[in-house]
Design a protein around this ligand. Structure first.
Ligand SMILES: Cc1cc2nc3c(=O)[nH]c(=O)nc-3n(C[C@H](O)[C@H](O)[C@H](O)COP(=O)(O)OP(=O)(O)OC[C@H]3O[C@@H](n4cnc5c(N)ncnc54)[C@H](O)[C@@H]3O)c2cc1C
Length: 430
């Protein structure tokens, strides 16, 4: 087998963060391979291609990737506008995947199904750091092969691993049986799925910005007035609607305010403090049953349920690795206190670098939205160009502060695109 130092770095996933990792490795002259499960780069974004995001182009692109793109004649205009998921793929990720520095090293239809270290399992410690990573990869025809790497950057996201309807985090009785009428995530309500939702009764479960977007889309369809029910576990209206005019991202704040108007006008029926326990189907549609402060309550009947209940990381792939995760968020452990959704939203998360993205497993890093685990607070923008020294003392411990400052000094500025990885990989090379 090749020497560890002669092997490439494996990047898992060709979303915005996996491609940024590739670009930053390329700029440093470090060999890499990007493995993408889907048929195209940005596969997960294509699933929500219709959604306008709430950060601008300028806040959502990686400077190193832009340098490569510009060398190939690419130009981005209107940097202050808000792109959709589809526009990010078509105007940024696909051109990026074509630049000569990246193109030969991206493999699509290559799903990484397991990662271990060559010749040893999770229990063995002897010479662990000197053993190459061994990746099991499958294509869509079922062919399986193995490749080796000296470091692994997991940028595989969480999008396809939706949380179930159950308020307790479990699939509820009736959820699987009625799957034909339940959609998870952000269906294309105003486009491809218009027929399915226009003039029908819908219940949306969940309280994040995905839920808010879904509700606003439903309300825009003809015949949907007073047909929409919004079911949330929480009771605090300020948290449910988000930051409003005080939101750090104006576009995001505006969404919450608009929805509040619809609820106040009775267009959307808001059911608060409802923890889903069961879905049943009556002759007239689906009924959600949930525990509330007043006991068991039923909501419905409705024709469709949309579960905008967030995502969680798929941890099967890394079963043979020594990971350290935050016990509640399943994020990288060090990030846990920095991204706690009880305290933070995208835009208030403090700067962090490769140290926070690492694990006890040497040279394995979790990056991008997966590094945040179940926390919905990930965005590209958060920590860009924000000096660590300006962190509010109340939010972080002194130990955390000194780690941020260390990262900040080392990297000039910290941002959660994973180019910080190059330092770790280079250190290992020495
Ligand atoms: C609706 C929505 C709106 C958002 N709006 C904003 C916003 O306004 N601003 C912002 O900054 N952020 C926003 N985000 C958050 C975040 O920026 C995005 O989720 C972003 O796509 C995360 O990029 P990523 O590369 O980490 O993961 P993803 O984009 O999810 O990419 C992961 C990639 O890995 C691939 N993959 C998965 N498993 C495997 C495997 N086993 N092997 C190989 N490949 C695999 C997937 O196919 C995918 O291509 C939004 C997210 C959503 C869902």
């Amino acid at each position: 087998m090749a020497q560890l130092r002669d092997l490439p770095v494996a990047v898992i996933g060709a979303g915005p963060i996996g491609l940024a990792a590739g670009a930053n490795l390329a700029e440093r002259g470090i060999e890499f391979h990007i493995y993408e499960a889907g048929a195209s780069v940005g596969t997960n974004l294509l699933d929500w291609a219709h959604v306008k995001i709430f950060t601008t182009w300028e806040q959502s692109i990686d400077p190193v990737s832009v340098r490569f793109l510009e060398k190939s004649g690419w130009k981005m205009s209107n940097l202050s506008t808000l792109p959709t998921g589809g526009e990010i793929v078509e105007r940024y990720l696909k051109p990026l995947a074509e630049v000569p520095e990246l193109k030969p090293f991206i493999k699509t239809d290559a799903r990484v199904t397991a990662i271990s270290r060559a010749g040893i399992d999770k229990v063995s410690s002897k010479d662990r750091a000197a053993k190459p990573f061994r990746l099991r990869i499958a294509d869509s025809s079922g062919n399986v092969y193995y490749e080796h790497a000296r470091a692994v950057i997991d940028a595989s996201g969480t999008w396809t691993n939706a949380n179930p309807l159950g308020g307790s985090g479990l699939t509820v009785p009736g959820e699987t049986e009625n799957a034909a009428h339940i959609v998870y995530g952000m269906p294309d309500i105003l486009g491809k799925l218009k027929e399915r939702y226009a003039g029908r009764r819908s219940a949306v479960v969940g309280s994040g910005y995905s839920a808010i977007n879904v509700l606003l889309d439903l309300a825009r369809l003809p015949g949907n007035a007073k047909q929409i029910t919004w079911v949330v576990r929480g009771t605090d209206l300020a948290r449910i609607y988000g930051g409003g005019e005080a939101d750090q991202l104006a576009a995001r704040g505006a969404l919450g305010m608009h929805l509040r108007q619809l609820v106040d006008q009775g267009e959307v029926n808001l059911v608060r403090g409802f923890s889903t326990e069961k879905v049943s189907s009556s002759g007239d549609g689906l009924v959600l049953h949930g525990e509330t402060a007043d006991g068991l309550v039923s909501v419905g009947p409705v024709d469709q349920i949309i579960a905008a209940t967030g995502q969680r990381p798929d941890l099967h792939m890394t079963r043979e690795l020594r990971l350290e995760l935050d016990p509640s968020l399943e994020s990288v452990k060090a990030l846990g206190p920095m991204i706690d959704p009880n305290l933070h939203s995208c835009g208030t998360v403090p700067p962090h670098g490769y140290l926070e993205l690492s694990h006890p497993e040497p040279n394995f890093f979790t990056v991008g939205v997966k590094s945040y685990g179940r926390a919905p607070t990930f965005c590209y923008l958060p920590v860009m160009s924000k000096p660590a020294l300006s962190l509010p003392r109340s939010r972080v411990t002194l130990r955390q502060r000194s780690r941020f400052i260390l990262c900040f000094r080392k990297l000039a500025f910290a941002r959660q695109t994973p180019w910080q990885m190059k330092f770790a990989v280079e250190n290992q090379r020495r």
